[in-house]
Design a protein around this ligand. Structure first.
Ligand code: ACM
Ligand code: ZN
Length: 530
């Protein structure tokens, strides 16, 4: 009796043992059933796409190009014995980003209601393939997957203000986001230390504001020494449009951020009349929060910002436009006659209400153009603008408050989502970072719906986002090191039902994922290192 039960159990264990090694899909799908057997991909295999149009053909060629590049295999389009099908079926009962993936020994079928889902099916398929071509023909395990995301907003922010990254890297970065089904790239384009986007109406922004004469050496806490080396860079509007197109083809929306009223010294350096004192101002080479901000009293500030936003909206089709709103000291406003007049004329209580008035005005402007304002949680202070969406960064408090006021929220608390923090407590063994300690398992443990919220309020939580601030991230290699694998952890927080999350299982999948990253020449921090 014992033997009859024992033997199948051993086989099952072996099969699942093999599969545990092979299958490393991140983020973990909603439903996945694996069985014995494989579909083997070779040059006799065909790719069938329904319906055939430019968009589905492009999704198909993403897969074909990958097979060619990694395994030197080209799928053909003649109807052979073995085939891979990509299908859009409007009647399939799946949300926009969902997909079905069915692999048998004879065929692979990816079905989705919309192209987004088809693209995600391909991302999963790529992760089901072996890491590289060294072990013969690539095989995909027989598997059935039904998948869809938990949250609509799965974002990542890159600060290109403190350090500038070339277009080629922004594309690589977007490719990395797409691999893990991240759908929002928040591009932080303006800072005290540099303005990074061409605005045709204000050419000095890319003559003066993009350039700083020097940068602080080492950590700001420890040093007062400057490097004496000029630093700058910006994206032309054509380059930004190219990034928007590149991202859209990978089902990523680019949300641009133009900071106001604070973090704006670089703009003031070129247009000093937009500040309270009239300057002169200098693009900053040190980090932190600076006291020179846009004057809220002068009409020309709003004329400038609205003109800038007009050009931004013409480049970025995103529904959301980020206006910053964080860390705006009120010192200059307190001393400024125009700002005090504005407070008086509008019956405002103080400078905090003036900041709220400022954001309300931008909210109204963006709404009049059919867009939606999003800002950091300081925009709650002095009263939230009617259409505003809140990015909760100083913990979850702002997010909870905004959701209770029936405003949409993106959760990006610094405690769990600030990937400029150290990845080890042994800081001396790590590259210099801003501070903090945020290991991958802490990111993974994050639950975006705070317990304090009712079911109804929880609906306002759009999703979750990691932020990569770059004061201490000057190179692309370091940006990748800070990003990975914390991005994978966030991706699973945003995609996978919380009941299916398990860090040990995730960590095992990461080990395979690292091999893929190595093959692709992408840097990461191995979480097994202490
Ligand atoms: C922020 O980290 N200042 C939004
Ligand atoms: Zn002023």
């Amino acid at each position: 009796m014992i033997k009859r039960f024992y033997l199948p159990a051993v086989i099952l264990l072996i099969v699942s043992g093999i599969s545990a090694q092979n299958v490393s899909v991140i983020p973990k799908p909603l439903e996945m059933k694996q069985e014995k057997g494989h579909f083997i991909i070779d040059n006799n295999c065909s790719l069938q796409i329904e319906p055939q149009n430019d968009e589905t053909a492009r999704i198909g060629s993403f897969f074909n190009d990958y097979l060619k590049q990694v395994y030197n295999i080209s799928l053909n389009n003649s109807k052979g014995e073995k085939s891979i099908h990509l299908k859009i079926d409007k009647n399939v009962n799946l949300p926009k980003e969902g997909y079905l993936l069915k692999v048998t020994e004879k065929s692979v079928v990816v079905t989705a209601a919309q192209p987004n889902g088809l693209f995600y099916g391909i991302q999963t398929l790529k992760q089901l393939l072996p890491v590289d071509a060294t072990n013969g023909k690539p095989e995909i395990p027989v598997v059935e997957i039904k998948d869809q995301p938990r949250f609509a907003w799965r974002g990542n922010m890159l600060d290109v203000g403190r350090h500038f990254f070339p277009v080629s890297f922004i594309k690589k970065y977007i490719d990395i986001l797409a691999m893990y089904k991240i759908n929002t790239f928040h591009w932080h384009l303006t800072e005290d230390q540099g303005w990074r986007i061409e605005i045709k109406k204000y050419p000095l922004l890319t003559e003066i504001s993009h350039w700083r004469d020097e940068t602080i050496v080492g950590h700001q806490r420890d040093h007062a020494e400057m490097d004496g080396i000029g630093y700058g860079g910006f994206y032309t509007q054509d380059q930004a449009r190219e990034i928007v197109r590149y991202a859209a083809e990978r089902y990523i929306t680019v949300v641009p951020e133009i900071e106001m009223p604070g973090h704006s010294v670089a703009a003031l350096a070129a247009y000093p009349n937009l500040g309270c004192t009239g300057g002169p101002y200098k693009v900053k080479g040190t980090w932190g929060v600076h006291k020179d901000v846009y004057c809220a009293g002068k009409e020309e500030t709003f004329e400038f910002l609205q003109n800038v936003l007009d050009e931004i909206m013409a480049i970025f089709p995103s529904q959301f436009i980020h206006v910053g709103g964080d860390e705006c000291p009120k010192d200059a406003w307190k001393q400024c006659a125009a700002c005090q007049q504005r407070i008086h004329d509008n019956g405002l209580k103080d400078e905090h209400e003036l900041q709220s008035w400022f954001i309300h005005r931008m909210d109204k402007y963006l709404a009049s153009k059919g867009r939606r304002l999003i800002g950091w949680d300081e925009i709650l202070e002095g009263g939230l603008a009617p259409q505003a969406t809140v990015m909760s960064w100083r913990g979850e408090k702002g997010g909870i408050e905004a959701a209770r006021q029936k405003h949409d929220v993106v959760m990006t608390p610094n405690s769990h989502m600030y990937i400029d923090y150290y990845q080890s407590q042994n800081k001396d063994s790590e590259p210099l970072a801003i501070g903090g300690f945020l290991p991958v398992d802490k990111v993974y443990s994050y639950e975006p719906i705070p317990e304090e919220l009712t079911k109804e309020e929880a609906k306002y939580i759009l999703g979750v986002q990691t932020n990569l601030w770059t004061e201490y991230v000057a190179t692309t290699k370091k940006a990748e090191y800070m990003l990975l694998p914390r991005l994978q952890a966030q991706a699973e927080v945003g995609w996978t039902p919380k009941e299916l999350k398990n860090f040990d299982d995730f960590a095992k999948r990461l080990e395979t994922d690292y091999l893929r990253l190595e093959r692709m020449g992408i840097n990461f921090r191995d979480h097994r290192k202490k």
